[in-house]
Design a protein around this ligand. Structure first.
Ligand SMILES: [Zn+2]
Length: 365
């Protein structure tokens, strides 16, 4: 599959516009028209990961942490970043990163963490946006109504709640006059034509609007497709960072910490709070989420699971009687490899391998 087409598939599930404005996600190094067969997934790309990719002959590296984050003014062998970019280009390896968009998106990192913990009924911890919705109305000759409806549906237009393929269809008469130089699907040049058409209307979220229009036009028989797009005031699906799960049965903080250790295969875990305290609602923010302690408490959680907690933040959490389990940034996010491999394997076209380079800079002895 061409890299461009794989990226389309990734971004219709994990749109880049969900990312924070300071973030840098998407194709950071690479050639859109390149054929991709072998993919390496890694939490981030350093020299060892790039060497691993070369040694294993991969076409594409997908990372969680953006490979290029702050602005670079030159690409040369004088610094590490430049050397790695040159190495990637020389070895024809592309690099794609999905960061805060992957944290926020449905079925992204936070949802996956909750899934492997076995926690269902998750809500969003901190709402960032609700997706903008558009109405797409397209005028279709009777012969192609079903084809167009199928294209809209298979490209994920027409979702209302858990109902897919939702459209409204109005039968009517379309009129047009093909001018000189046209190649009309039906009708005669210079003569006003009347034709039976159906106006097919459906709802489309902003993140997939361009793609849906492109695919619809491709499947439409007319040389010039008549369609309207207008913005809706309806609120789209809410999106945001972190999750809160309500447990079926209360557990203690100690039990929860041990469950995390088992799930993430950790020897030790750092926590703040009373080991015996009862937990019914669990808040989570993978990576660095220690600034979400207050919000987690306000939303009724008895614990926040996150990484990167500082001493004074831990003191503040204790003062407000809030438990925090600090799994470390690395351990909450290295599962990126698992969830991404599962997603890519779903296409059954690629060989996806998880990086074997151990990236945690910390050691616990
Ligand atoms: Zn991170």
């Amino acid at each position: 599959m061409k890299l461009r087409n794989l990226i389309d598939k990734i971004e219709s599930k994990y749109p880049t516009n969900l990312a924070y404005s300071w973030d840098n996600v998407g194709l950071l190094v690479g050639e859109y028209e390149k054929e991709v067969k072998k993919i390496l997934v890694a939490l981030e790309a350093n020299e060892k990961v790039v060497d691993e990719a070369i040694q294993k002959g991969v076409d594409l590296i997908i990372t969680h942490h953006p490979f290029i984050f702050s602005k670079i003014n030159r690409v040369n062998s004088g610094d590490l970043k430049g050397r790695l970019i040159l190495k990637l280009i020389k070895n024809d390896i592309s690099l794609y990163s999905m960061h805060t968009n992957f944290d926020i998106a449905k079925d992204g990192l936070n949802d996956y963490f909750m899934e492997i913990m076995g926690f269902e009924n998750c809500e969003i911890l901190e709402e960032t946006t609700s997706e903008k919705l558009y109405k797409l109305a397209v005028y279709v000759p009777n012969t192609h109504v079903q084809i167009i409806r199928d294209v809209l549906g298979t490209n994920n237009a027409g979702f209302i709640g858990n109902y897919s393929h939702c459209t409204f269809n109005t039968v009517g008469i379309g009129t047009f006059k093909p001018e000189e130089g046209t190649n009309p699907y039906t009708g005669t040049i210079g003569k006003i034509e009347e034709t039976h058409e159906v106006k097919v209307e459906t709802v489309v979220p902003k993140s997939i609007l361009n793609k849906v229009i492109k695919e619809m036009i491709k499947a439409h028989p007319y040389e010039e497709v008549a369609y309207d797009v207008y913005e809706l005031q309806n609120e789209g699906e809410k999106q945001g960072l972190g999750r809160i799960a309500t447990l079926d049965n209360e557990i203690t903080l100690e039990e929860l910490a041990n469950k995390i250790k088992d799930t993430l295969d950790m020897d030790k875990i750092r926590l703040v709070g009373d080991l015996k305290s009862k937990i019914k609602k669990v808040a989570l923010c993978t990576g660095a989420g220690s600034d979400l302690v207050k919000l987690s408490k306000r939303k009724g959680a008895q614990v926040l699971i996150t990484g990167d907690m500082k001493y004074h933040e831990a003191q503040d959490a204790l003062d407000m009687n809030m438990n925090v389990i600090d799994c470390g940034h690395f351990d909450t996010e290295d599962i990126f490899k698992d969830v991404m491999k599962r997603f890519i394997d779903g296409f059954e076209e690629f060989e996806t391998i998880k990086s074997e380079v151990y990236l945690n800079p910390f050691k616990i002895i």
